[in-house]
Write a protein that binds this ligand. Structure first.
Ligand code: AHG
Ligand code: MN
Ligand code: MN
Ligand code: MN
Length: 350
């Protein structure tokens, strides 16, 4: 049997990134940084996959004394494991100047964690190591979200303030979802592409080049249990979605809510829809539920690169000037036409 021509072979993440580099879409340092993050995600996928057998479920900390992160959330064991895997993987890579995480109070210059003499690089990495914590113990998809920024010129030991760049400054973003299969979705600003982990080969293979989100949709994602806490624009918007084909929207909408942002966004990148986590009376004092820097912005970049839109309800997500590493923000993202409708309700209902 003669070997199949190379062009019909599956395209590995490594080959894809080298071809993107040749096309001038990213440099070698960013390419290698993405490889390191993908390797860490593979490791996290293995840990997540062990479930109860691996002793990785349940809360972090000692019995009766749970550990709490800076958000005031109880940390799960896997939140901490995933964070450690990402720190360890990036410590010696040489492509980072600093990193920041949902699970760490402050950012860290790479010199604080890298072995003596490891070179430091020009990028800043932010991540949500394990997204969808509430789903870990019940075997529902969880994920990792990441965002890459440039370290400002002349800064060698970056502090939190150097991370406070708007989403438009991201040079790469992605997520990995640990579900029935493990899928990495990535953008370096030239489209959004999906790679599925080939567990036998042990590598990510390109499975969708250039994901496209349909402009219109009949599917929305929101935590409906917060309805009584919503503000007037969201009340009016969802009331009209629920009114169905005889209401002002003139169509019947379906609803889905996984409660893992990665899984909800992955569905929307695959078949369209709108994802929302609006301001409500419970989270208004904090500015919202989801975090701008390592949840909303990377997802907004991926969604825009797939032809969708991402808004705070009041403006484009990627243009928000961040004021804090763990800043929270209202989120509407997905099918461009539907995100615009949600924004219109915000304009019309105060
Ligand atoms: P995390 O597990 O990283 O703290 O994020 C959880 C987020 C997000 O994944 C999800 O969309 C949302 O919280 C779920 O919120 P509810 O618990 O209100 O459904
Ligand atoms: Mn959390
Ligand atoms: Mn999260
Ligand atoms: Mn998390």
């Amino acid at each position: 049997l003669s070997p199949a021509p190379l062009s019909s072979n599956p395209i590995s993440l490594t080959r894809f990134l080298i071809e993107e580099q040749r096309a001038g879409h990213l440099g070698p340092d960013l390419r290698l940084l993405i490889e390191v993050v993908a390797r860490a995600c593979k490791r996290i996928s293995i840990e997540v996959g062990k479930g109860a057998l691996g002793g990785v479920l349940g809360d972090a900390g000692s019995p009766g004394v749970g550990s709490i992160n800076i958000q005031g959330e109880a940390q799960k064991k896997l939140d901490v494991i995933a964070n450690d895997v990402l720190l360890e993987a990036n410590a010696w890579g040489g492509h980072l100047a600093g990193l920041a995480s949902e699970e760490m109070d402050h950012s860290m210059p790479i010199t604080d964690i890298s072995p003596d003499g490891s070179p430091s690089g020009n990028y800043l990495l932010l991540f949500d190591p394990l997204d969808g914590s509430s789903n870990i113990d019940v075997n529902i998809s969880v994920g990792t979200i990441f965002s890459v920024l440039r370290c400002p010129d002349g800064v060698t030991t970056p502090g939190d303030e150097h991370f406070l760049q708007p989403g438009t400054a991201q040079v790469a973003a992605g997520y990995c979802t640990y579900g029935p299969n493990t899928t990495l979705v990535l953008t370096v600003g030239h489209g959004t592409h999906a790679f599925t982990l080939d567990r036998e080969v042990g590598g990510f293979m390109l499975t969708t080049r250039g994901m496209r989100i349909p402009e219109e949709t009949k599917e929305f994602a929101v935590n409906m249990s917060n309805q009584r806490h919503w503000q007037p624009p969201m009340q009016a918007y969802v009331a009209d979605l629920l009114a169905g084909s005889t209401g002002p929207r003139g169509k019947d909408f379906n609803m889905r809510w996984v409660a893992s942002m990665v899984a909800d966004v992955h569905r929307i990148l695959t078949r369209g829809g709108i994802f929302s986590y609006p301001l409500d009376a419970k989270c208004a004092a904090k500015g919202g539920r989801l975090r701008l820097m390592y949840e909303a912005n990377p997802m907004a970049f991926l969604v825009e690169q797939a032809g969708g839109a991402a808004s705070t309800g009041r403006g484009r997500m990627l243009e928000v000037q961040p004021e804090g590493l763990h800043q929270r923000i209202p989120v509407f993202l997905g099918s461009a036409g539907e995100v615009e409708v949600a924004a219109r309700y915000h304009r019309e209902h105060g």
